[in-house]
Design a protein around this ligand. Structure first.
Ligand code: 8YV
Length: 309
């Protein structure tokens, strides 16, 4: 049982997620995380990973003991403040891997086979007048993955049948049958396609910079399904504008939901508005897991998926 008025729900949740929440608890809603906390004695926050919880908000909540974020990423939480004050946090790993990997594979082929450009060509009536430029085959290529965690491993398994060699980088070697390259520059140099699947953290902030993009080179592609902060966007913009890399696919950006409009003018960039986990099944599963964590907390049971902090 989750006590009435014990949970502050911060930010907007789409209908399907909200229905799942209402079914199981009666939160007090605060749409704007920068607004004053409504009167009440809240023990927990429920939030989505696209809403940042400012430290100023949690400072107003002396009884806060748990923050449950609906998302695998938790860069939206003021982790050092939470740690300092013994406030625990949960996220929703695992349940979104399928949706995120499916999008990643879709972006890969959309990008290298130029599916959006091909549809535009067809719809424009140009088919009867000319030919599209030839694209490139994935088979036989090397695919790099930065971040061989849960999602990275699921993505690698899905890539295997495409007859590619899989390489990866990250802070440590994993027990996986792929070649480990601790040096990101070397990974970029060897990869024909480089997927970013690592968590956002101070260590990965703008880790994809000019040097890495130059190492990737004019024949290779970058795909970011992690967080915008992992990429130095000015460097990427330059690399795309000057064809220093072959192309990119981005599901995530700095300054969401208003990415830099200079990205909109590029024909070697495929963009989606952070839809990695946005399937109905996945969003329900994420909400369920977030609420399961709240329930475990209020029932004094072990948390199901606690954020390491
Ligand atoms: C969504 C995500 O943006 O899980 C994450 O970390 O980035 C995505 O699933 C988010 O969860 C929206 O609620």
């Amino acid at each position: 049982m989750i006590p009435v008025n014990s949970v502050l729900q911060v930010g907007f949740f789409p209908d399907l997620m909200q229905a799942e929440i209402q079914h199981r608890l009666s939160p007090v809603s605060l749409l704007d995380p920068n607004a004053a906390v409504p009167a009440g004695d809240f023990n927990a926050i429920l939030v989505r990973s696209n809403t940042t919880i400012p430290e100023s908000l949690v400072r107003q909540m002396p009884s806060l003991r748990l923050v449950a974020t609906c998302g695998v990423g938790y860069d939206n939480l003021p982790l050092s403040y939470l740690k300092e004050h013994g406030i625990r946090a949960t996220n929703t790993p695992g349940v979104l891997n399928d949706a995120v990997c499916e999008l990643a594979i879709g972006m890969l082929f959309g990008l290298i086979r130029q599916i959006p450009q091909s549809q535009a060509f067809l719809k424009s009536g140009a088919w009867s007048k000319g030919l599209l430029p030839l694209t490139t085959t994935l088979a036989g290529k090397k695919v790099g993955i930065l971040g061989m965690g849960r999602i990275g491993q699921d993505l690698a398994k899905r890539l295997e049948p495409f007859k590619v060699e899989i390489l990866y980088s990250g802070p440590s070697k994993k027990n996986v049958p792929y070649r480990y390259l601790p040096n990101l520059s070397e990974l970029a140099q060897e990869s024909d396609v480089l997927f970013l699947v690592c968590p956002a953290s101070p260590a990965t902030n703008k880790i994809i910079n000019t040097q890495i993009l130059e190492a990737l080179g004019p024949e290779s592609y970058l795909i970011n399904i992690a967080r915008g902060s992992v990429v130095d966007e000015a460097a990427l913009l330059y690399a795309l504008q000057h064809k220093r890399i072959a192309g990119a696919a981005l599901d995530v950006f700095d300054n969401e939901p208003n990415p830099n409009p200079e990205f909109f003018n590029l024909d070697n960039l495929l963009m989606t508005p952070h839809i990695g986990s946005s399937t109905a099944e996945t969003r329900v599963a994420m909400t369920k897991l977030a609420v399961d964590n709240l329930e475990a907390f209020f029932n004094q049971q072990p948390l199901l998926t606690e954020v390491p902090n």
